[in-house]
Design a protein around this ligand. Structure first.
Ligand SMILES: Nc1nc2c(ncn2[C@@H]2O[C@H](COP(=O)(O)OP(=O)(O)OP(=O)(O)O)[C@@H](O)[C@H]2O)c(=O)[nH]1
Ligand SMILES: [Mg+2]
Length: 497
């Protein structure tokens, strides 16, 4: 009784104290994110009721997170991550689709194997007397009843009825082998689809010559693809979404840095951050909650330590390096994520609504690359103001040979990202519209986009993804505030039950 009262007091009246766990592979940027969080100017108070709708969009990419009122107060929304160019984007999608197909195949075979075993077990002859009428027969001897005898004499052996335990469903048979849920690309992915590259560059240059770009686009398309591919590309690039979206990134741009005594706080220099050995701890106030953030080491040998924190944490941030050039690394990050979602304690807690945010870190790399690529192409050819043909695309997305012959000392300009942002979402099986469901909601698994129906990591919309950059700070404020609001709500709903 006392603990309930104290729990209610803690939740409703005392300033909430939350523990947030930051995990992810080594080098994904956890410590950098922690350092960024320390110097971020979080809101003191947030209207939680207003958080829902806006955050749903914000959870996609940190875009459109802030309403006009908040913008007027000086905060800035995060921008959408630039997409990879068509060829590279197609490769990214292929990698993810192949990986998921293989995984689904493995799951189906495992399921089939399990079904086969239970099927075989069903055909094991029943133990003596089991399922038979053991009552005295009419001739006074114990044995099968006439009905049972006739059953036994049929050519096909019949299973004896198994005792039905309440709450245990029948094992699947072959016919009902689960098929993978087709992943849906719904509106939020379309939201992520940005306008054509021509629009990107023209918007960046402050021009919008529709006809000119349409002609360039058409000639570029006819040069590189068949009509079917053309149609696909047209669909892919010529969306009407986000027509006014443009990238205007500069290396030293900083987001939401807090001021102490009138001076902007300085972040610990990224280049001086060393691999974490034990844990780093930071205490920050976010929207009125006192948060203790634990940043753990992501080194392979240290990962088994993560689970020690699962029981007591109020929220989890799983950091992924979204600018990683190696698909294997991202795949490894995804496998590790899946593994932790299968941990017994965490699985139970996630199932009860523990919020977990996947933070796609390193978006500054994507912005920087794109900006540089556009500038470079336009500097090279003043007449042509659009930089998107296959040569330039190669230079932009990893055509290292070409660039290295041109400009050996500046390979950093070349994009090396293995995955497009929306493919990252798909790979991590994050529900595309991370609707915040309430505990009582009945969730239809089929509605969780991109998530295999037999996947244990699917939860009630409390796993969501934000993009951002620990380096520039973009997206960090909105992501952490959103997580803390979710975490606080989760705490309150747990106490009040
Ligand atoms: N460009 C860019 N680089 C980043 C970003 N975040 C981290 N880095 C770089 O990534 C490297 C690794 O960052 P850490 O924060 O040490 O990574 P970690 O996840 O803490 O690694 P462990 O402690 O070994 O588990 C550092 O050299 C950072 O400079 C980012 O948002 N953008
Ligand atoms: Mg670290």
């Amino acid at each position: 009784m006392f603990s309930l009262a104290s729990g209610i007091y803690q939740s409703y009246f005392a300033p909430p104290k939350l523990s947030v766990l930051i995990i992810g592979l080594d080098g994904s940027g956890k410590t950098s994110l922690l350092e960024r969080i320390k110097v971020t100017n979080f809101a003191n108070k947030i209207d939680e009721s207003a958080h829902d709708e806006k955050c749903l969009v914000g959870a996609v990419a940190g875009a459109h997170y802030l309403d006009e009122e908040t913008l007027k107060r000086g905060s800035r929304p995060a921008r959408l991550p630039p997409p990879l160019p068509p060829n590279k984007a197609a490769a990214s999608r292929k990698l993810v689709d192949e990986f998921l197909a293989e995984e689904r195949q493995a799951q189906v075979s495992e399921q089939q194997c399990n079904n086969e075993q239970s099927f075989l077990l069903q055909w094991i002859p029943p133990p003596p007397l089991c399922g038979l009428d053991t009552s005295e027969s009419s001739n006074g001897t114990r044995g099968p009843s006439d009905a049972a005898k006739s059953t036994l004499s049929t050519s096909k052996p019949q299973r004896p009825p198994l005792p039905v335990k309440p709450g245990i469903s029948k094992p699947n048979n072959y016919a009902s082998t689960p098929t993978a849920t087709p992943s849906k690309r719904s509106s939020f992915i379309q939201l992520l689809r940005c306008p054509s590259p021509q629009r990107y560059s023209s918007a960046a240059l402050g021009e919008d010559d529709e006809e000119y770009h349409a002609a360039i686009h058409a000639s570029a398309l006819s040069a590189i693809c068949t009509s079917a591919q053309k149609k696909l590309l047209e669909e892919e690039w010529n969306t009407n979404y986000l027509q006014d979206y443009f990238i205007n990134y500069s290396e030293d741009e900083m987001f939401d840095v807090k001021k102490v005594n009138g001076k902007e706080s300085k972040m610990f220099p990224l280049e001086r951050i060393r691999p974490t050995l034990g844990q780093n701890l930071a205490k920050v106030d976010v929207i009125g909650c006192k948060c203790s953030l634990f940043d753990l080491s992501g080194a392979e040998k240290m990962r088994p330590l993560w689970e020690r924190y699962y029981r007591d944490t109020d929220a989890i941030i799983y950091v992924v390096n979204s600018s990683d050039g190696s698909f294997e690394n991202i795949q490894q990050s995804r496998n590790e994520f899946k593994k932790l979602c299968q941990n017994e304690v965490l699985k139970r807690r996630l199932g009860r609504g523990l919020p977990m945010m996947i933070f796609a870190n390193g978006l500054d790399v994507a912005y920087g690359e794109y900006d540089k690529a556009v500038k470079k192409a336009n500097e090279a050819d003043q007449k042509r103001q659009v930089s998107w043909n296959s040569d330039e695309e190669d230079a932009f997305v990893g055509g290292k040979q070409q660039v290295s012959s041109e400009k050996k000392d500046d390979e950093a300009e070349v994009s090396n990202r293995a995955l497009d942002y929306h493919d990252l979402l798909k790979l991590f099986g994050v529900s595309s519209a991370p609707t915040v469901h309430h505990k009582t909601d009945n969730i239809d698994p089929a509605q969780c986009n991109g998530v295999n129906s037999s996947h244990s990591m699917r939860t009630k919309g409390n796993i969501f993804l934000f993009g951002g950059s620990a380096k520039s700070g973009e997206g960090v404020k909105s992501a952490v505030e959103y997580l803390v609001v979710q975490s606080k709500q989760h705490r309150i709903s747990n106490i009040s039950q």
